[in-house]
Ligand binder design. Structure first.
Ligand code: FSO
Ligand code: SF4
Length: 547
């Protein structure tokens, strides 16, 4: 087993026996074989496109299958066996279409021709024999190939959420196939790989834009919303992950059933969407970020639905209460078929629910681009008057490492005349802190999920237009935390936009070689986080020197 795609990677730079995430070596092998098979499918899809054959089902399958291999999505070997077989079947069907159209189907490369073994042991053995980079001796190219593959998994996650709501764009699928196919090529230079890697950031920007449209056109623009962190007496159902469509179906199917629906983790910002917040039984938010789920799910007295990542090994104490849906999977855990949530609803009704009302704190969410731009005049005025001197985007993923306390401390220490914008699950390090407000503008603005990074970029672009300067010249600093591959895609988008001076933590990706890192430092001045005091002082002193 070799996996180094996330921040939780084992010491030494790769997980080699079992993943820190709980991924077993057999699942790692099947995921690798699936990616290998997808490269073959993409090879045929690129050729088919040359003949003007675009198979939409193949495109959507590619995205779903890639997303399945993202960290903390699917741990079920059976599902990967089926995906590998489906991939090869789709590849052969596409070859037939290509042949019928007069195209060449003379593929020599193994990923475009291999037949999957019938048994799991045979598939694992096949994976061992089919080394992904047999020709790749250049460590830097290998690093860029992995960066592109991981970025592509992030792109696939966003594209999957968008395509579920009917939002698609051929440019995304074109790039996905082209990049997967390119991973088999041995004649691309380092420069070619740098270009293809940065192109992943450009495509990711496009897919995030489409996802933003999918969410805001389907559910309305988020509005600032107060979300209770306490609980209501009654039956309860908890929704975790990121998918808005699943949540909507759950809200519809639980209406009038005497169940209160709560969000967990990255579902928190869904309370801000007009078409979701209208349900009276959509009550509040329970718990914090994904890595605390084993404690929080064990204490939740209702059923739990995991719509996407990040899933951890379900403990015995709640394994009968938790349900996966969509691409998420864990062997032995009930999986919701289609969007029929009846089993989770039935379980919620069997479980005791909360015995009494327990009012708690409330927090604010819903500061997407529309809401923030709605108060743009106030923001600009506050900057011009000197009431707001700096913006910090403290955003990204949470995780289990103790070093992530940096982000809590950083937010606690930012000067009183600055505003903190945040998104993704990293915010649970400080989401319930009362930072007060400046001239009616809250000092802590929750833009949304990691899936809403496009909204943050639009806010930065709007500010730069308002002040007539480039984004890099704004009094805006990005202090980011990464965990899985969506963060890789977002980082590539920021680089594609030419954003400089990003601080990244809690550690740098294991798949980046020193030479690739040097390139990023020289071109984008990207740097690792140090201590909150040191980083704040460097950021604010730079500003004084520049002023
Ligand atoms: Fe977090 Fe997990 Fe949203 Fe990630 S729940 S860590 S970037 O998968 O998706 O922010
Ligand atoms: Fe290790 Fe992360 Fe890969 Fe899991 S996803 S096996 S923790 S590198």
């Amino acid at each position: 087993m070799f996996c180094n795609q996330c921040e939780q990677v084992a010491k030494g730079g790769s997980c080699t026996t079992i993943g820190t995430c709980g991924k077993k070596s057999e699942v790692a092998a099947l995921q690798d074989l699936l990616v290998y098979a997808l490269k073959g499918l993409s090879m045929v899809a690129v050729e088919a496109r040359r003949m003007k054959i675009v198979d939409k089902a193949v495109d959507e399958f590619t995205v779903s299958a890639l997303f399945s291999t993202l960290t903390n999505v699917d741990f079920d070997p059976e599902r990967f066996i089926n995906l590998i077989k489906e991939c090869v079947k789709r590849r052969e069907d596409l070859k037939n279409k290509l042949k019928a159209a007069g195209g060449s189907t003379d593929f020599k490369e193994a990923p475009a021709t291999f037949t999957p073994d019938e048994t799991i042991d045979g598939l694992i053995k096949q994976n061992e024999e089919l080394s992904d980079y047999p020709e790749e001796i250049n460590e830097d190219i290998k690093s860029l190939k992995l960066t592109t593959l991981y970025g592509l998994k992030g792109v696939a996650a966003y594209a999957y959420h968008a395509q579920i709501l009917g939002y698609k764009d051929n440019a995304i699928y074109d790039y996905t196939h082209e990049a997967l196919r390119s991973m088999l090529s041995s004649d691309m230079s380092l420069e070619d790989w740098i270009a293809l890697t940065l192109k992943c950031g450009e495509i990711n920007l496009k897919v995030m834009e489409i996802l933003d449209a999918a969410h805001t056109e389907t559910y309305g623009h988020p509005v600032p919303t107060e979300v209770p962190l306490g609980v209501k007496k009654g039956k309860a159902l908890l929704v975790s992950g990121h998918d808005l469509y699943d949540l909507e179906q759950i809200l519809r199917q639980t209406a009038d059933k005497g169940i209160y629906v709560y969000t967990h983790g990255e579902m928190l910002p869904t309370h801000g969407y007009p078409s979701l917040k209208k349900y009276p039984h959509f009550y509040g938010h329970y718990g914090t970020a994904w890595q605390n789920q084993s404690k929080e799910f064990a204490e939740f007295p209702g059923s739990i639905v995991m719509t996407t990542n990040c899933l951890q090994k379900p403990h015995d104490s709640y394994k009968d209460n938790i349900f996966t849906c969509g691409l998420v999977g864990w062997p032995g855990i009930s999986h919701i078929q289609g969007q029929d949530y009846e089993p989770a609803i039935k379980r919620a009704l069997e479980l005791p629910g909360f015995k009494e009302d327990k009012p708690g704190k409330t927090i604010m969410t819903g500061f997407g681009r529309n809401a923030v731009m709605g108060v743009a005049d106030k923001v600009i005025e506050a900057v011009k008057s000197g009431a707001i001197k700096h913006f910090f985007l403290v955003a990204g993923c949470d995780g289990a490492k103790p070093g992530r306390n940096y982000y809590t401390e950083f937010v606690e220490k930012v000067p009183r005349d600055s505003v903190v914008l945040t998104l993704a699950c990293g915010k649970f390090r400080f989401f319930d802190k009362d930072l007060g407000s400046i001239g009616g503008i809250p000092r802590l603005l929750d833009i949304g999920q990691c899936n809403d990074a496009y909204s943050a970029i639009q806010i930065a672009v709007a500010l730069s237009k308002a002040f007539g300067v480039g984004v890099n010249d704004l009094p805006l600093s990005m202090v980011l935390s990464w965990y899985e591959q969506k963060a890789v895609a977002i980082l590539l988008s920021l680089l594609h936009l030419g954003i400089k001076d990003i601080r990244l933590g809690p550690s740098l990706p294991a798949f980046i070689t020193p030479n690739v890192l040097n390139f990023l430092v020289e071109k984008y001045n990207i740097k690792p986080i140090t201590t909150p005091d040191e980083d704040l002082s460097a950021i604010l002193n730079k500003e004084i020197v520049e002023a």
